[in-house]
Design a protein around this ligand. Structure first.
Ligand code: NAD
Length: 355
């Protein structure tokens, strides 16, 4: 029997090949006239193109976004936005760039226009993250939710193959955990299942033909649904583990998600049979291949990393990671035990098939 609370977030989404051309109109629609364009140093050319298109409506480009939003970076960006008298931020890039815009919005309330270029999904969530003294803090605040998000699949054509694959599986992880979230609801579950379906279908096509714009569009559509799912309901063991591994051992975000996901799903399978059925169905796996195995096979098919030892984790770190992962209790379909998490991490470390 249905029993749920659904608190919808306000979104404006502009989606389509070439949609970036609508940026000036979207800035105007927001009533803004002094947009500060944020990006990483690697995407500065793209950011300058966007700023040029905005003309007098832009006060410049700030190209210093970096992974996990160090507090020093956030403070410097807030000061620059104030100095330039910016009245909105345009974030053009992946989760790191969106995260910097959120850090500015968290303090001063500057509205954000999000222009994502990866599948991370941060642009659809009210979740912010800041790293101080080696510890990453996250929280939810509606002020950081972008007012408008422009999804232009053309911007993903330059994604390096490895980042494209792992970022896509990062998005699938949001959908998977949304399906067994303690506050799951029918709308978000529908979006989450369709998100997995769109990504599982398009990512292998992109791996073979990176310039296939139809597959790029499908993958971005899936990433959008994944971002909505992440923003709407609580995440479980998988996201907590990846947060610990990323924050404490400085592992790359999307790759960590890719490696851990099949093992976290294997761990949770017995506590969430309906979610597992939906994941397997969306993956297009035959009923004989359970969800965890299907996710592992997808990562292997995309030539994505499969073992934590291959992305910089040491075997001696596994005990520390298991200790940290069970420190703060949270809802999960299967009780989170230290021994269970330690065994899961061992398999993820070695890159073997999930249990
Ligand atoms: P990223 O933003 O760190 O980008 C990785 C690198 O790829 C950067 O150098 C970037 O400039 C480059 N890049 C991005 N798009 C590109 C493109 N289309 N072509 C060429 N290069 C491109 O990576 P990410 O995985 O998108 O984001 C990870 C960060 O986002 C983590 O800090 C994570 O915690 C955060 N995140 C936050 C949320 C949230 O809701 N708050 C959600 C997901 C991720």
């Amino acid at each position: 029997m249905l029993d749920f609370t659904y608190d919808a977030l306000p979104y404006r989404v502009v989606f389509g090949v070439g949609a970036l051309a609508q940026l000036p109109d979207e800035v105007q629609r927001l009533g803004a006239s002094k947009a500060l364009v944020l990006c990483t140093p690697e995407q500065v050319d793209l950011a300058h193109k966007a700023a040029d298109a905005l003309g007098a409506r832009s006060v410049g480009v700030y190209p210093k976004a970096t992974m996990h939003v160090p507090i020093e970076t956030a403070i410097a960006a807030r000061e620059e936005a104030k100095r330039l008298g910016a009245d909105c931020c345009v974030t053009i890039g992946g989760g790191s760039t969106t995260g910097l815009g959120k850090a500015i919005a968290l303090e001063g309330g500057l509205p954000i226009i999000g222009v994502p270029t990866t599948y991370a999904g941060s642009e659809m969530t009210p979740i912010w993250g800041l790293t101080e003294g080696g510890l990453k803090k996250t929280g939810r605040d509606r002020r950081v939710l972008p007012r408008t998000v422009i999804y232009d699949p053309l911007l993903t054509l330059t994604l390096p193959a490895r980042l494209g694959a792992t970022s896509g599986i990062n998005a699938i992880a949001h959908c998977v955990e949304a399906l067994y979230a303690p506050d799951a609801n029918p709308i978000i579950s529908m979006l989450a299942e369709d998100g997995i379906r769109a990504l599982a279908k398009s990512l292998p096509v992109i791996a073979r033909d990176s310039q296939n714009i139809e597959a790029r569009s499908d993958a971005f559509y899936g990433a959008w649904l994944a971002g909505v799912s992440l923003g709407a309901v609580a995440m479980g063991l998988h996201h907590k583990l990846c947060h610990t591994l990323g924050g404490t051992f400085n592992l790359p975000h999307a790759e960590t998600h890719t490696i851990v996901l099949p093992h976290a799903v294997g761990y949770n399978a017995s506590g969430a049979p309906e979610a597992m059925r939906r994941v397997a169905r969306a993956l297009g796996s035959h009923t004989a291949t359970p969800a965890a195995g299907g996710l592992y096979d997808l990562a292997a098919q995309l030539d994505a990393p499969l073992a934590l030892r291959d992305i910089g984790l040491g075997e001696r770190d596994l005990d520390t990671a298991a200790d940290l992962a069970v420190q703060n209790p949270y809802a999960n379909p299967v009780p989170v035990t230290r021994d269970g998490v330690r065994a899961l991490l061992q398999r993820a470390y070695e890159g073997v098939r999930p249990a």
